[in-house]
Structure formats: structure tokens, C-alpha cells
Design a binder for this molecule. Structure first.
Ligand SMILES: [Zn+2]
Length: 200
């Protein structure tokens, strides 16, 4: 169902792609530039979803044990970055479902897996990340990182131009429908998936 809907939306809403191309030609080099508004939007949706923000590894283990978080898919369509610690290879079920549908289509098109660089990231890990990377999202407040909930994955941007455009075009309808929020960061596609995506 999700797969078919992805296809229908991608075909039916192709005019949106035109608008993204127009946006790109106006200045930004990517379809989904990171912004303050995007961080606010992710946090608004997180509040609506009522999901927990994970403070540390203990909280993370608890949510894995009770089934709130599920493991990233083990399939030839998804590659997990070797550097990602094993206890952070978890996401919310809806995020897993979305990733799987997207990755299967990507593999059918390019015969390659999508690489997940990051998934759930407890607050204490995000804090240490901010020590090294000033542009990383804060740990508290209305612009806090959505990785703290398990709703978000980072997909590697080590992609060709054609692969990048393919991903932008596939993601575009869901962004416009408000089901996902995407930020194209320097090294990754940051994709937040809301529970509204379950309606697909
Ligand atoms: Zn991210």
C-alpha cells in the first residue's frame, strides 16, 4: 500500500517537482535547505505525536525493550553505516516502514542500497555532538533535534546528481502533504517521519 502510494504520489504530483527545480534555480542548491522553520515544524509535529524524547542510553534501552522503538531493517535495500553504534540502530515503527518503502524503490532504480548514517540519538549524545559541531540542533526547546525521538533518519548524501534528484523527487510529495520534514544537510538527507505517514 505504502509502496503503491509512493508511486502514485510521485507521478501525480510531478508538478511539485517543477516548483522544487524553480526553487533550486533561484539560489538554493538543494530542494530542502535546512532552516529554523524546519526545526520548529519538526518539534510541533513531535508534540502532536506525543512521543518521548530520549534522555540517555537507559531511556533508549527501555523503549527498545518495550517495543516503542524497532531495529532498522535488515535487507539488501538498506545499508547501515558501520560507524553507527549498535544501540543507536533503532527508530519508530512508522519511520522504519517509510525507509523500507523508499529504499526498495531506490534499489529497484539504482541496484544499490540507501545508507543510513544516523537514527535515534539520545539527548546526551546530541549534547556531545554539539561540542564538536556548532550547527547541530540544540537538545532542548522548540528547535531541539528530532533524532531524540527515533522519528528521524539521516541518509548518506554520497550520491550522484541523478541519485540526489531521484530522492528529492520521491520525497517531495510527502513534504508537501506534511507527512515528512526533510533537510538536505552537507552530508545527509535528514528525514523526519510523522505518524501522519501511517495514513498512507
Ligand atoms: Zn539528522
Amino acid at each position: 500500500m505504502l509502496k503503491r502510494t509512493l508511486l502514485v504520489l510521485s507521478l501525480g504530483l510531478s508538478f511539485l517537482i517543477g516548483s522544487a527545480e524553480a526553487r533550486k534555480s533561484k539560489g538554493s542548491s538543494v530542494a530542502f535547505p535546512p532552516s529554523h522553520e524546519s526545526l520548529l515544524l519538526q518539534n510541533q509535529k513531535i508534540n502532536q505525536m506525543g512521543v518521548e524524547r530520549i534522555g540517555d542510553e537507559r531511556g533508549l534501552s527501555r523503549l527498545v525493550e518495550d517495543g516503542t522503538l524497532v531495529a532498522l531493517p535488515k535487507t539488501d535495500a538498506v545499508k547501515i553505516a558501520p560507524s553507527l553504534p549498535s544501540n543507536r540502530r533503532y527508530v519508530l515503527p512508522i519511520t522504519r516502514l517509510f525507509l523500507l518503502a523508499l529504499a526498495r524503490q531506490y534499489r529497484a532504480e539504482f541496484h544499490l542500497p540507501l545508507q543510513v548514517d544516523s537514527a535515534v540519538r539520545p539527548r546526551n549524545v546530541q549534547e556531545s555532538l554539539r561540542h564538536h559541531n556548532k550547527s547541530a540542533a540544540p537538545t532542548y526547546g522548540p528547535t531541539a533535534s528530532s533524532h531524540e525521538t527515533g522519528a528521524t533518519i539521516d541518509l548518506s548524501r554520497h550520491l550522484s546528481k541523478k541519485q540526489t534528484q531521484w530522492l528529492e523527487q520521491r520525497l517531495m510529495p510527502y513534504v508537501y502533504l506534511g507527512y515528512i520534514v526533510v533537510e538536505e544537510e552537507r552530508h545527509c538527507f535528514h528525514i523526519f517521519v510523522s505518524t501522519e505517514a501511517a495514513l498512507l
